[in-house]
Design a protein around this ligand. Structure first.
Ligand code: FES
Ligand code: FES
Length: 172
């Protein structure tokens, strides 16, 4: 059985007729051709590489059907930078060696971008926020350092600019 759906991804509308069993991650990667969202397990919810924001909340896009996202706003890693300027979290990962192979990084950044709406340097809170995303490479220490650096960057920003970072993409 198929259904006609429309999902807004990074501010752009994508329409399609999908089989009802189509996963959201497959819609993102194949219909929208946004391949920055990765699949790191057998779409079983174990790795978190497929994490995106759906109406601002971090979700594993392999655990949702595309039809469940019909009418929703989705943000993927391709939508994290704004007008060619990296998100402070991306800058912090770059500057603090928060990645090695980079396979987990899109999902890690999306999960942590939700966390930064209520930023904290508390290590336990940071580790809890990233606990849904596995990173076999880094040992996580540099990722935690990167998040703390991103919190510093956010606090140094003009409050209006900081607010814009978390506004729905169509409203920026
Ligand atoms: S692809 Fe592994 S949790 Fe979604
Ligand atoms: S950087 Fe390689 S899996 Fe995280």
């Amino acid at each position: 059985m198929s259904t006609q759906i429309e999902i807004t991804i990074n501010g752009d509308r994508y329409q399609g007729t999908v089989e009802n069993r189509t996963l959201l991650v497959d819609f993102i990667r194949e219909t929208a051709e946004l391949t920055g969202t990765h699949v790191g397990c057998a779409s079983e919810g174990r790795c978190g590489a497929c994490t995106v924001l759906m109406n601002g909340e971090a979700v594993k896009s392999c655990l949702l059907l595309a039809v469940q996202a019909d009418g929703f706003e989705v943000q993927t890693i391709e939508g994290l930078a704004n007008n060619g300027k990296l998100h402070p979290l991306q800058e912090a990962f770059w500057e603090n060696h928060g990645l090695q192979c980079g396979y987990c990084t899109p999902g890690m950044l999306m999960a942590l971008s939700e966390f930064l709406k209520n930023p904290s340097r508390d290590e336990h809170e940071i580790r809890t926020a990233m606990s849904g995303v596995l990173c076999p490479c880094t040992g996580y220490v540099h990722i935690v350092d990167s998040v703390k650096a991103a919190v510093d960057k956010l606090e140094a920003m003009d409050p209006h600019d900081r607010e814009q970072l978390f506004a729905p993409i169509g409203e920026v």
